[in-house]
Design a protein around this ligand. Sequence first.
Ligand code: ATP
Length: 216
Amino acid sequence: MARRIGILGGTFNPVHIGHLRGALEVAEFMALDELRLIPSARPPHREAPQATAEQRLAMVELAVAGEPRLAVDDRELKRDKPSFTYDTLESVRGELAADDQLFLLLGWDAFCGLPTWHRWQELLVHCHILVLQRPDADSEPPEALRDLLAARSVTDPQGLLGPSGQISFIWQTPLAVSATLVRQLLAQGRSVRFLVPDAVLAYIHAHDLYRAKTDS
Ligand code: ATP
């Protein structure tokens, strides 16, 4: 029987409840066999993160431990070249059966940035795209995505057919949390309890991450 695999890439700097709760709800709603969180090594569009790749990976591993629907995939950290999403999808797809369904989860902000991505128009060769809302984001997609949406979007995400090729918008509990917010709070010496899992919080404190550095 065809499997249903989801992937959520990101810097996870650090992983937070917006990622985790969204991923879990999508995994349940879409009846995925597995949803893999894929930390990026050298994100092509972002400034270098403050935690190391190994630390970001360790936090994602702690976050999903004991949750059978979620898994961690470290393939982007094993590469020595930039981790383009297209390459990751091609690599994951190469390990699946031809009729397995692959779903790429993108937050709305990431989806809106799609036209700047390497080979973005070919992503749908390998996967379907599920767009997650972000409560703090604009509501209009960029002009460059209009034709793609007109040609490929499907109203009901549960109606996505075949291994790849379509786009749907998916509802999940809106959580206006970002890694930027988590880092800002920590830099101000404030608590991020309940914005990240307790195990991640303990790791952040144990490794003294994201604190504003003082000269004293
Ligand atoms: P930063 O604040 O550092 O930009 P981030 O919180 O957006 O980070 P990323 O690791 O860049 O986190 O996000 C990975 C993916 O998860 C992206 O597709 C992003 O849109 C999505 N995402 C992140 N936070 C949320 C959230 N609160 N709700 C829905 N999707 C989210």
